[in-house]
Every structure is written in C-alpha cells, then in structure tokens.
Design a protein around this ligand. Structure first.
Ligand SMILES: Nc1ncnc2c1ncn2[C@@H]1O[C@H](COP(=O)(O)OP(=O)(O)O)[C@@H](O)[C@H]1O
Ligand SMILES: [Mg+2]
Length: 302
C-alpha cells in the first residue's frame, strides 16, 4: 500500500549543497543519518552511520546493495514509518512553496480484493482526505493511460500481475507525490511488463517533475532508469559509490534505448564489480547471504 504523509514531519531543510544550488531545492535531503537496531540478545546492530545524500527535483536515483544492507530501513525512515534516531531527513517543498509529499510503493501490490480497481486506485487519497468526483475522474483517466480503462470496475483477482502492479502505481501517483519511493517494485514481473513500467516511472518526471528513489536488485534496471546509482555497502552501511549515469541514446531515454546505449555494459561491469566485492560483514542478522556471497543480482555476465 502506498503510504503517504504530508511532510515536513522531520527537521527543516539544511542549506543546499553545491550540486543542488543550481537546481531547485532538493526534494529529499538525508544528512548524517545513523540508525541502530537491537539484536535479540540486546546487542546493538548498527545499520547506518552518518549517511548523506540528496535527491533533486525530477531526479531518479537508484539504491543498490546486498540483502540486509539497510535499503528498506532507509525507506522506512524517509517515509516516517520509523522514527529517526539521529541525523536529519528533510523533504523539500513543491515549486510553489507548498509542502512536498512522499508516496511509498512496495514490491507487493497490496490491493484490497473486495474493492474494484477504481476503488483501489483512490485508496491512497482516502487515507488523508475525502475522495471527490474529480479524484475519481482523474483515477479513471490515469487507469486508462496505463491500459486499465476497461478493467476500472473489475476486481483485482481478474488482473494479471503486471496489471495489478500498474493499479498500485496509479494509487501511488494519484496522491500527487513530489517523491516516490519504490522498493523492488517490479521484481515479480515478467521482463516485458517490467520494461513498460520502467518507462511509466521515467515518464513521471517528464510530466510532473516527480522525483524517484528506487531500490532494486536488478543492475540493468538501475542503470536504465537512473540519473544516479548509489551503491550502499558495509556494516554499518555507507555510500560506497555514487555514480552519475550518463548514457548516449537516440532521442528520449527509455527502458530499451538505455539498454542499447554504448556505455551500458561499462556501467554494468562497474556496479557489478562493486557489488561482487561486498561481503556481508554482519554476524547477527538473518538477512544477507550466509555464505558471504553477493546477493541475487540479475544481469549480464560482467
Ligand atoms: N525491526 C528490526 N529489528 C531488528 N533488526 C532489523 C529490523 N528491521 C530490519 N532489521 C535488520 O536490519 C538489517 C537491514 O534490513 P533491511 O533494511 O530490510 O535490508 P535490505 O532492505 O537492504 O535487504 C538486516 O540485518 C535486518 O535483519
Ligand atoms: Mg529490502
């Protein structure tokens, strides 16, 4: 379910970094974020220590890192599901100065089976205000754009996995977020559907200037979609590399044209190499790979 919240629940925005200074204020600014869980025996398990990054307006940033690195924990902190222990998380305002809003979409679509597609689509709005007839109209319009116009009044069980995930994406986007957090949203889908949804997400910044942070195990997906790929590693996790992905494509970057770019394999080899070099370094958790091997990254042989 997309979790939406009117933000500035967290601290006020810190001054813009030089990278952001030229552009609009950051949509997300994470500064000195530190988080520690407690193991069952009470021992502290440090997840992050002093994590810093920001996401600009309309930017798509992917976060990759082995299982158990803390990616979902980071999203739970950004969305406010987990209270930050130390550090700052600031959500930047919209261009008109009104507060930004986060929408969080998980891998599982979490559609309610007793609600129609249309009723599921407006659920995100319903969580914070009454649904209006304009909302319903907008929902029908967006469903139609995602090829779901004819199933708006059907129930989720009648839909394929790709269609269900599109409904979940519609529900996420109908709340008009400034920042969308996607935690492995396409990993259960077939390749063709995944490419189509990658295009849908990339189109968001063109139409709405929406910023996206994507957690994925799929290196190809990270490269194809992102302006920047952040490699998270170590224990506590830190940003090992932040790569500005430049790809030469004919026309607009799409899921397909990005993969055909001449630089694609070089980026792939570089990210794959960094991830392959990661070791779990983590004794206490149940996540991570018991044999110390890298996580289940998909992709080309490097
Ligand atoms: N509520 C919790 N209490 C204790 N440990 C947790 C909790 N949630 C996650 N963890 C641990 O924190 C680490 C990071 O988890 P997670 O953020 O889910 O990683 P990722 O999404 O990168 O796979 C893992 O070792 C996990 O077992
Ligand atoms: Mg996770």
């Amino acid at each position: 379910m997309p979790i939406t919240m009117p933000i500035n629940a967290h601290a006020p925005s810190p001054p813009a970094t030089p990278r952001d200074a030229a552009a609009a204020p950051a949509r997300l600014h994470v500064a000195e974020l530190t988080h520690t869980f407690e193991a069952e025996d009470g021992a502290p398990v440090p997840i992050f220590s002093g994590l810093d990054f920001s996401v600009g307006s309309g930017e798509i940033v992917s976060i990759v890192g082995r299982s158990g690195a803390g990616k979902s924990t980071l999203f739970n902190l950004i969305s406010g599901l987990l209270p930050p222990q130390s550090g700052r998380i600031a959500i930047g305002p919209r261009a008109d100065g009104s507060p930004g809003r986060i929408a969080y979409m998980l891998q599982k679509d979490l559609l309610l089976p007793w609600r129609s597609v249309l009723e599921n689509a407006v659920l995100g709005i319903e969580l914070f205000r009454k649904v209006t007839s304009q909302d319903l109209e907008r929902a029908r319009h967006m469903l139609a754009r995602y090829g779901l116009g004819t199933v708006a009044d059907a129930y989720p069980h009648a839909l394929s996995g790709g269609m269900r995930q599109r409904v979940a994406l519609t529900r996420t986007l109908l709340v008009d977020p400034t920042l969308v957090l996607l935690d492995e949203p396409f990993s259960a889908l077939d390749y063709e559907t995944r490419l189509a949804l990658e295009d849908d997400v990339m189109a968001l910044r063109e139409t709405n200037g929406t910023s996206v942070v994507l957690v994925t195990h799929d290196i190809e997906e990270a490269i194809a979609m992102s302006d920047r790929v952040i490699i998270l590693g170590g224990r506590p996790a830190r940003i090992e590399q932040a790569l500005d992905i430049e790809l030469t494509v004919d026309g607009t970057r799409s899921a397909i044209t990005a993969r055909e770019a001449p630089e694609f394999r070089t980026w792939h080899a570089r990210i794959w190499g960094a991830l392959r070099g990661q070791t779990s370094g983590h004794a206490g958790g149940h996540a991570g790979q018991p044999n110390g091997q890298p996580g289940p990254y998909r992709g080309l042989a490097a």
